[in-house]
Design a protein around this ligand. Structure first.
Ligand code: NAD
Length: 428
């Protein structure tokens, strides 16, 4: 590896990729710039509340299995907690805790009146039937119901949960509350209080962030070659919107493979193929390359939109992009981020770049509470206003403190929460 960075040992890599340590690094650097005193740091570092629940479920074969679920509420100073629920075999408290804190900073950086929360259930949804998933979702909702509510904690989808999961949560909560309570979750189907534009919102936010950041790099969309990792809600829709904006998408990937065409992919055709075949494999208008090569392709913009810890100290030196727009949560470790920024690579951090999703979730919550629903045009233009304002505030902070956009985003976010904390004071 070049530039004198020794290959990290496995133990060091585990630490580098630990989401809680990564979040703490980002937090501490920003807190130093803000000159936050130790007491305020202590308050903002700790989650307000952590709930662990046991969920006995009758499986389809008649047996009973007990699942473990978590809900962590990191901070409620600026409003109810907001954050997704993930179903995955490797869910653990450390991860949920870190993600809940990230949600506090993400909501704050785009100035939404929410704190941060996150939930997770340890399970393997691929091996479960729809009925088992429904019973698990309903049981989880009942178990954490005392700490949920439109004014307390408003979940949303995350990994392996979707509109249907949110509909089950809304229904279970409403049955127990004895009134239909649409504002209890966001990311719902349109027919039960979802918002226009929610499905595209995170990809749209990625596109808006890329447009803003491209001005810093001094490029125009027509000249920018883009590599997108992940072709799901964020990557697939992000790639399509960037393509429509005039960017040349040269590579896309999913968990099964990676395609590349130096002349630019026909993104609508790629997505049609993906819808029909369930994977990118077999797409004819491109070469198929190794997944490990994708992030290191010669390109101008890299959009990691799949999963966490994709750019680490092991590959950061080989990344060629001038601009990285983080569609996924935590795709770049704190160490890799510093290595890249030292080389002049501009990184739009996850808490800003993928905040389009939570912003339209906020719109959904507002519309549910008003009982008055907006057109897609209104949703999209309000999203654009919020994203551009947040981007400009972060860019301005980066200049003022002479730091990268990641640290600047944390500074903006932490400063807002700390200000509310000082205004409200301690309860004792
Ligand atoms: P998704 O399940 O819709 O799509 C994930 C995509 O990534 C799929 O195409 C999958 O095949 C691919 N993938 C998984 N592992 C991969 C790998 N190692 N290499 C290449 N491709 C891989 O998920 P999503 O909603 O698009 O979420 C992606 C990321 O964005 C996650 O980190 C998520 O937390 C974050 N995020 C999502 C939203 C949202 O609104 N959906 C909002 C903010 C952040």
């Amino acid at each position: 590896m070049s530039s004198g960075h020794a290959l990290a040992s496995d133990q060091a890599m585990l630490e580098e990729c630990n989401p809680f340590l990564s979040m703490a690094r980002g937090f501490n650097t920003a807190a130093d710039h803000l000159g936050l005193d130790e007491g305020v740091r202590e308050v903002l570092r700790q989650p307000d509340r952590e709930m662990k629940v046991s969920l006995p479920i009758r499986m389809d074969d008649g047996s009973v299995k007990v699942f473990t679920g978590y809900r962590v509420q990191h901070n409620t100073l600026r409003g109810p907690c907001k954050g997704g629920i993930r179903f995955a075999p490797d869910v653990n408290l450390d991860e949920v805790r870190a993600l809940s804190a990230w949600m506090t900073w993400k909501c704050s950086v785009v100035n939404l009146p929410f704190g941060g929360g996150k939930g997770g259930v340890i399970c393997d949804p691929r091996t479960m039937s729809n009925g088992e998933l429904e019973r698990l979702t309903r049981s989880y909702t009942i178990a954490i119901m005392d700490i949920l509510g439109p004014d307390r904690d408003v979940p949303a989808p995350d990994m392996n949960t979707n509109e249907q999961t949110m509909a089950w949560i809304m229904d279970t909560y409403s049955m127990h509350a004895r009134r239909t309570t649409t504002a209890i979750v966001t990311g719902k189907p349109l027919s039960i209080g979802g918002s226009q534009g929610r499905r595209e919102a995170t990809g749209r936010g990625v596109m808006i962030s890329a447009n803003q950041a491209l001005k810093i790099v001094g490029m125009r969309p027509e000249n920018a070659r883009v590599v997108v990792q992940g072709s799901g809600n964020v990557g697939g829709i992000g790639a399509l919107l960037l393509h429509q904006e005039g960017y040349k998408i040269t590579s896309m990937s999913d968990m099964y493979g990676c395609i590349y065409n130096e002349k630019g992919l026909d993104v609508p055709a790629v997505l049609l193929h993906l819808r029909r075949q369930g994977r990118l494999e077999g797409f004819l208008g491109a070469d198929h390359i190794q997944a490990s090569e994708q992030l290191e392709l010669d390109c101008d913009v890299l959009v990691p939109a799949a999963t966490e810890n994709q750019i680490t100290s092991r590959n950061a030196d080989r990344i060629k992009a001038k601009l990285i727009v983080e569609g996924a949560n935590g795709p770049t470790t704190a160490i890799a981020s510093k290595m890249l920024e030292d080389r002049g690579v501009v990184i739009v951090p996850d808490i800003l770049a993928n905040a389009g999703g939570v912003t339209v979730s906020y719109f959904e919550w507002v519309q549910d509470r008003m009982g008055y629903f907006w057109s897609e045009d209104i949703v999209n233009s309000r999203l654009e206003q919020i994203m551009i304002k947040a981007f400009d505030e972060v860019a301005e902070m980066a200049k003022r403190h002479n730091v990268g956009l990641r640290t600047a985003a944390y500074i903006v976010a932490i400063d807002r929460v700390a200000t509310v904390y000082r205004m409200r004071g301690l309860a004792n």
